[in-house]
Design a protein around this ligand. Structure first.
Ligand code: ZN
Length: 184
């Protein structure tokens, strides 16, 4: 089922998401809906707050970046109760976008390597290192669980330049190619 996407200005995007009971719930149906919603909107990642649920869960699929980053691994997966325990390496600049901020793309600097621990939708525990574009997608989605969006990383001047665009999104004036939830 394709779910509507909550956009910038919606309070759920500013909440610190809550840990979930991994074993006590069947997470597969929600994860399937999140993948379907993400693919429908041509996204490479989607976090639960973006579908209005302040819980620690996100999905990613880096496949669309294969052409731009031919040496990168392709990674698809669901991350439940994830914890990034370490970030290191070179600063990596990349123009990020977000399904909750339609039509905005800005350079964000982040560390190039991460270590992450999480459960998948079958309740299996993983701990992995990721780098490059996959690390980047994970870092972006992880921010959503902390109540952050990528424009929070920009300089005050950049944010001022974007103020009107951000207001338009929050007021529902910006149209996306998918169904959104915003103030009327
Ligand atoms: Zn996002």
């Amino acid at each position: 089922m394709i779910l509507p996407i909550y956009v910038y200005g919606e309070p759920v995007l500013r909440k610190t998401a809550e840990e979930v009971d991994v074993q006590g719930t069947d997470w597969k149906p929600l994860v399937a809906d999140m993948f379907e919603t993400m693919y429908h909107a041509n996204g490479v990642g989607l976090a639960a707050p973006q579908i209005g649920k302040a819980i620690r869960l996100f999905v990613i699929d880096s496949e669309p970046f294969q052409e731009a980053f031919p040496n990168a691994q392709i990674f698809k997966g669901a991350f439940i109760n994830p914890v990034i325990t370490e970030e290191w390496g070179e600063d990596f600049v990349f123009a990020e976008g977000c399904l909750s901020l339609p039509h905005i793309n800005e350079d964000v600097t982040r560390k190039s390597q991460i270590h992450i621990e999480y459960y998948d939708e079958n309740g299996n525990f993983h701990e992995e290192d990721h780098s490059g574009i996959v690390a980047r997608i994970i870092q972006h989605e992880y921010d959503h669980l902390e109540g952050k969006v990528f424009v929070d990383h920009l300089s005050p001047i950049k944010k001022m330049v974007l103020k009107r665009q951000l207001n338009d999104i929050a007021c529902g004036k910006t149209r996306a190619d998918y169904k959104t939830v915003h103030k009327k």
